[in-house]
Design a protein around this ligand. Structure first.
Ligand code: GDP
Ligand code: MN
Length: 380
């Protein structure tokens, strides 16, 4: 069943410790940390964990990015925590803040409204900018252009286990594009219209699922009336009306976002994918809708739905062996083999018929899934 399929498509890259050969070539890769000067303590915490469990052996360079110049304290401090190369990059207004085509007054009002409605981070203009940057720009930052792979690191993360193999090289070797360790549900009110645009992208480009899209779709119960009324204020955002394709929202009947996404604060991915015309087109269309400002679209659901639209199951790697924690959510491999291997969400969707899935549901409710472990998220 599932276990066999997961062995076929998505094997753990290494089991047990590998001897690290310092003469072996490294991947063309960097660890990316977007941060503010004031986050230096959280950055140090993350670097300590990263170095202790991985990078003291592999020495991948760090790329620090910030929409303001890093101060000397930040720069000198991080240099103390790694012997790898470090670079510091400034993110300019071409990649941060309102684009030229958006009306800042409209966007600011939209953001204020989300603040009033207590949408998480919805009232923070900087957070919107950050999400848009990680959705559509980071991979083209001048400091990242020389790299083909990246590993995203955030302030205040923890790795639990030693990573004694090179995940970049393993992904390369196995033809993977995108790696995750946690999948969770998005806060619904941050993305009211995200899915209809992503779905419209599929339709307007005549794309059909390669098996991953279904991971993000909650089928509507039979007989339910159409609920997808267009109410997105893209007209207000666009100074060039008509930029958006003429979307037939009614055609979306029958599909609904299940809110599942790869939690992108951990992400190991091929930068070439983000730079591809397909991804760029996807981002451009999502961006032009105004949703990064009028709603609080996160880069996690953007990356995830782009993957759903453009990639197949075999392009994704679930790093079930990487123990990871950020804020209140964690993935602990110790819990994983027995209970979570069968719950690899996209494999489930693509390999089980609906009767079987119901049995799986019952199995889960009997076995009391741990709440903190996002991988248990029932994504389909
Ligand atoms: P959360 O993990 O979603 O709660 O959000 P964070 O506050 O951790 O932000 C996500 C990432 O973006 C982290 O790496 C932050 O350091 C970074 N970030 C968020 N806002 C800003 C900002 O205004 N400027 C910079 N330079 N980085 C930011
Ligand atoms: Mn964070």
């Amino acid at each position: 069943g599932i276990r066999k399929i997961s062995e076929k498509y998505d094997k753990v890259f290494e089991t047990g410790c590998r001897e690290i050969d310092n003469n072996k070539p490294r991947a063309n890769a960097t660890l990316v940390i977007l941060a503010r000067n004031k986050e230096i303590d959280g950055v140090v915490q993350s670097m300590k964990s990263m170095e202790r469990h991985f990078n003291r052996w592999y020495n991948y360079p760090y790329t620090f990015l910030n929409n303001e110049e890093f101060d000397d304290n930040f720069k000198n401090t991080v240099r103390n925590y790694t012997s790898a190369n470090v670079e510091f990059g400034y993110v300019g207004p071409d990649m941060w803040g309102f684009p030229a085509w958006a009306d800042p007054k409209v966007a600011k009002e939209g953001i204020a409204k989300q603040g009033d409605a207590a949408v998480m981070y919805g009232g923070l203009e900087s957070y919107h900018s950050m999400c848009r940057f990680y959705s559509g720009f980071f991979f083209n930052h001048p400091l990242l252009l020389k790299y083909e792979w990246y590993w995203r690191v955030e302030p205040e993360i923890t790795y639990f286990c030693d990573i004694t193999y090179d995940p970049f090289l393993e992904m390369e070797k196995n033809g993977k594009t995108y790696g995750f360790t946690i999948a969770v549900k998005e806060l619904r009110e941050t993305v009211p219209n995200l899915f209809r645009y992503a779905s419209a992208y599929m339709r307007t480009n005549n794309l059909t699922s390669k098996g991953l899209w279904e991971m993000f779709v909650e089928p509507k119960p039979k007989g339910e009336k159409k609920i997808w009324e267009p109410k997105f204020p893209q007209e207000a955002m666009n100074t060039e009306p008509g930029t958006l394709p003429d979307i037939d929202l009614e055609a979306m009947e029958g599909e609904k976002y299940n809110m599942c996404h790869f939690w992108s604060n951990f992400e190991i991915a091929r930068l070439g994918w983000f730079r591809s015309k397909e991804y760029q087109d996807f981002f451009e269309m999502m961006d032009r809708s105004g949703g990064f400002w009028m709603e609080r679209w996160g880069d996690a659901p953007i990356h995830s739905l782009a993957a759903g639209a453009l990639l197949g199951v075999e392009d994704i790697h679930y790093f079930r062996d990487i123990g990871y924690r950020h804020t209140t959510i964690q993935h602990c491999p110790a819990n994983a083999p027995q209970r979570q291997l069968p719950h690899i969400p996209f494999l489930e969707k693509t390999t089980l018929d609906s009767k079987k899935r119901i049995e799986e549901d019952e199995y889960r409710s009997r076995h009391d899934e741990p709440k903190t472990n996002g991988v248990g998220c029932r994504c389909r």
